[in-house]
Design a binder for this molecule. Structure first.
Ligand code: HEC
Ligand code: HEC
Ligand code: HEC
Length: 124
């Protein structure tokens, strides 16, 4: 019994201490945004992956499964590619809602962060 409790504690501590796994965290996309005068983009991965299957984005929409690997451009989004496949005022709110995507603190670099680090709308 005692060793079981110790084991359970170890498991819980490991789970709490583990760095935010990609699926649960926010992705910051800032290859160009800040250089071109808008705030970095916060993409709440968890929020999306509980609503859609991985393959929707990582196969059908062509998002490579590596942070920073995708050259997402604003004109592509407006034309309905990448984020714009859903953020089109139909499946979800549209590309005119700049601040909902460009919500990152200035200075954030492209990468994965826990929701509390980005000031974004991420829920994880
Ligand atoms: C709504 C679209 C969407 C869905 C659904 C989605 N992802 Fe992602 N995923 C992304 C985007 C966007 C990125 C960031 C790509 C970038 O930075 O260029 C990403 C990044 C990743 C990464 C890279 C993390 C790293 O460390 O480099 C992994 C792994 C990943 N996703 C796995 C998954 C898995 C597994 C699922 C399903 C359970 C999933 N994704 C569902 C859009 C999505
Ligand atoms: C497969 C469809 C799909 C794709 C692709 C997608 N989204 Fe979303 N997104 C949604 C839906 C649906 C919602 C919920 C909209 C609502 O609540 O009205 C949402 C909500 C959001 C939210 C708000 C989350 C919250 O906490 O309310 C942000 C921010 C967001 N998306 C950013 C992005 C960005 C940035 C990309 C591209 C990197 C992207 N999304 C790609 C479907 C998608
Ligand atoms: C659905 C999410 C979303 C919305 C809404 C959105 N953007 Fe973006 N935007 C992105 C993503 C993702 C990138 C790529 C970020 C990066 O890697 O620098 C981007 C990049 C940009 C860039 C960098 C240059 C370029 O062409 O890619 C500018 C400027 C920009 N957006 C302006 C805007 C403006 C202005 C609005 C509102 C009219 C807006 N965005 C709305 C997601 C969004």
């Amino acid at each position: 019994m005692r060793s079981l409790i110790v084991l359970l504690c170890a498991v819980i501590i490991a789970a709490v201490a583990a760095p935010a796994a990609a699926e649960y965290a926010d992705v910051v996309l800032n290859r160009r945004a800040e250089k071109e005068g808008v705030r970095p983009v916060i993409f709440p991965h968890w929020f999306h992956r509980i609503r859609f299957q991985c393959r929707v984005c990582h196969a059908e929409l062509g998002f490579k499964m590596r942070v920073g690997a995708n050259d997402v451009r604003m004109p592509d989004i407006v034309e309905g590619k990448f984020c714009g496949a859903c953020h089109n005022n139909d499946i979800a709110w549209g590309p005119d809602r700049c601040d909902l995507c460009h919500s990152g603190k200035p200075g954030l670099v492209t990468g994965i962060f826990g929701g509390h680090e980005t000031n974004g709308p991420g829920r994880w």
